[in-house]
Design a protein around this ligand. Structure first.
Ligand SMILES: [Zn+2]
Length: 211
């Protein structure tokens, strides 16, 4: 099963990709991992990527596509995969169409307000990195980590304003892709506002049980 996952920050895309990967026995492939991996290798492409990422620039479409293409030709991806973070642009999507037949594009949907509530209530332990939620998963003692007793704090990225801004950026960037795959009848909208278990139930109904 060859899948693309789309979803705004806070939709739980990473967690769900992990669950689907395990249950369906297909690797989760992200451009972040591909770039890191390429940078470690001393190939021509790898050196180029290392330099671009090191400068803090975006890796150009053509180079990204070459690397994804290389990655999808690895033996573990031949039976299917979950693409996370690719394609990001229409030229990338068109290039992908040139060498891979995608089975479905899973589009995780969640209301902005729900994302803001999810992320803005997040508390992180400064000491061990454990994550809590002010409402859904509060620590036993307010402000104190259950695991290590360290102090909890809110990341600067998790303020309402910053989250709203990230959602807007995501929407602008992704809308053309959603339209592109909807037109091809590959888009599958999945409501991810409830628990990962509930969302997995929907995914099984839409994709079918693993072979
Ligand atoms: Zn802790």
């Amino acid at each position: 099963m060859k899948l693309i996952f789309l979803g705004p920050p806070g939709a739980g895309k990473g967690t769900l990709a992990g669950l689907v990967s395990k249950e369906y026995g297909i690797p989760q492939i992200s451009t972040g991992d591909i770039f890191r991996d390429a940078s470690k290798r001393e190939t021509e492409l790898g050196k180029k990527v290392k330099e671009i990422v090191g400068r803090g620039d975006l890796v150009p479409d053509e180079l990204t596509v070459s690397l994804v293409r290389e990655r999808l030709a690895q033996p573990d991806a031949l039976g299917g995969y979950i693409l996370d973070g690719f394609p990001r642009t229409i030229p990338q999507a068109e290039a992908l169409d040139g060498f891979q037949g995608i089975d479905a594009v899973v589009n995780f949907t969640i209301r902005d307000e729900a994302v803001i509530e999810r992320l803005s209530g997040r508390l992180v332990c400064r000491n061990c990195g454990a994550i809590y939620h002010i409402k859904n998963m509060p620590p036993k003692v307010p402000g104190v980590c259950d695991v290590c007793g360290g102090p909890l704090y809110t990341r600067p990225d998790d303020t309402r304003e910053s989250i709203a801004n990230r959602l807007e950026v995501y929407r602008k960037q992704t809308e053309p892709l959603i339209a592109y795959y909807r037109k091809k009848k590959l888009l599958r909208d999945i409501d991810s506002s409830k628990s990962p278990g509930d969302t997995m139930g929907q995914i099984r109904r839409v994709l079918g049980k693993p072979a």
